[in-house]
Design a protein around this ligand. Structure first.
Ligand SMILES: Nc1ncnc2c1ncn2[C@@H]1O[C@H](COP(=O)(O)OP(=O)(O)O)[C@@H](O)[C@H]1O
Ligand SMILES: [Mg+2]
Length: 339
């Protein structure tokens, strides 16, 4: 990219990961994370993004790890702004001289206060103009779904903190639902399950490893196992525990059911013509949790509609947000307006 040219930029601002893209490519993906130090009770950011992530679980006393976004919405305003400024500069798309036009994702159904917080943070972080777009709409554009047509397309983005489902047609959202549950709740369910069954407490990153390595939404054809270290619930001493896939299937089942329920509600709210489009075209999955083994088949079974994972499930929302900047005149009446 020429430094003399200010580009259109998309930001997929997630609970766990933030991605920054141009219409052509994702430039950067980092943890939505900051580490703070306190001097005389005044907080100062000492590490952001990937640097902060590298410190996770190893933070010395006096420092605090903060997730500025919770369940997809801004929880710590100043930290969000500082993190975005840092990431926009690191991606090379904003500087003291160049200020891009930025389209940033927000969950459908975020309140006007929540929307304004993102909007202001993006502007103050170095954007010349800022626009908001519902995450599933951005992902549909980034995934090249035919949402310019009157036929309905359905996208479900499942990140760490949210499940965002939407039916779209002619660039507009016809029906949508945001469930404030996601992949982090699957980890939490695994932790609860292991504590109840074995009296062993797993750390969050251990639960994440278990989910990725042996986790599945459906009973496995072949059982896989993993040995991990936890802490004995009573003595606090280290205790290894061996887990198998079918245990994880059982542990996360109820949370997955809730996700399916949210998608079902969107379908129920859609007019019958669109429901028949959904059945014809299927439902596209995106977001990190789309990578959970068997989730597409689980949802296909639950909903009775074909569900498939997008080609670029992690990048679609950021790319689509960037591409939506040029589409703005055509889609603006469908975008959340900050008041
Ligand atoms: N291979 C995988 N299997 C299951 N879950 C995954 C996998 N890879 C990532 N995830 C989950 O995806 C979630 C992050 O989703 P992502 O869309 O990248 O971030 P955000 O929540 O910030 O939007 C996390 O909960 C993570 O555990
Ligand atoms: Mg995401």
């Amino acid at each position: 990219m020429s430094p003399w040219f200010s580009q259109d930029v998309g930001i997929d601002l997630g609970t766990e990961r933030t991605r920054i893209a141009t219409p052509e490519e994702v430039l950067l993906e980092e943890a939505t994370l900051a580490v703070l130090a306190y001097e005389d009770d005044v907080p100062r950011i000492v590490a952001s993004g990937a640097e902060a992530e590298a410190m996770l679980g190893r933070v010395p006393e006096g420092l605090e790890v903060v997730r500025p976004l919770q369940r997809g919405v801004v929880a710590y305003y100043e930290i969000t702004e500082a993190l975005l400024r840092y990431l926009l500069r690191k991606a090379g798309v904003a500087s003291w001289l160049f200020r891009p036009r930025v389209m940033v994702t927000v969950p459908h159904g975020a309140t006007s206060v929540e929307q304004r917080a993102v909007y202001e943070a993006v502007l103050r972080a170095g954007a010349r103009e800022a626009y908001l777009i519902p995450t599933p709409l951005a992902a549909a554009i980034g995934g090249d779904l035919p949402i310019h047509t009157p036929a309905g397309s359905t996208v479900v983005c499942i990140g760490a903190g949210t499940t965002q489902a939407a039916v779209m047609a002619m660039y507009g959202v016809v029906g949508a639902e945001t469930l404030r549950k996601g992949g982090a709740d699957l980890n939490e369910a695994i932790i609860q399950y292991v504590r109840k069954k074995y009296g062993v407490v797993l750390g969050h990153s251990t639960a994440e490893t278990v989910k990725r390595k042996i986790g599945s939404a459906l009973p496995p054809e072949e059982e896989q196992s993993i040995e991990v270290q936890g802490q004995h619930q009573v003595t606090g001493l280290p205790r290894p525990v061996t887990l198998v896939t079918s245990e994880i299937v059982e542990a996360i089942h109820d949370v997955l059911k809730e996700m399916a329920g949210a998608i079902q509600r969107v379908m129920e709210k859609s007019p019958p013509e669109l429901v028949s489009d959904i059945i014809d075209r299927g439902i596209a999955l995106c977001g990190g949790t789309a990578l959970l083994r068997g989730l597409d088949r689980f949802l296909t079974k639950e909903l009775g509609v074909p569900v498939y994972v997008m080609d670029n499930p992690l990048q679609a929302a950021a790319l689509g947000a960037a591409r939506a900047v040029a589409l703005y005149p055509r889609i603006k009446r469908h975008l959340p307006r900050v008041m």
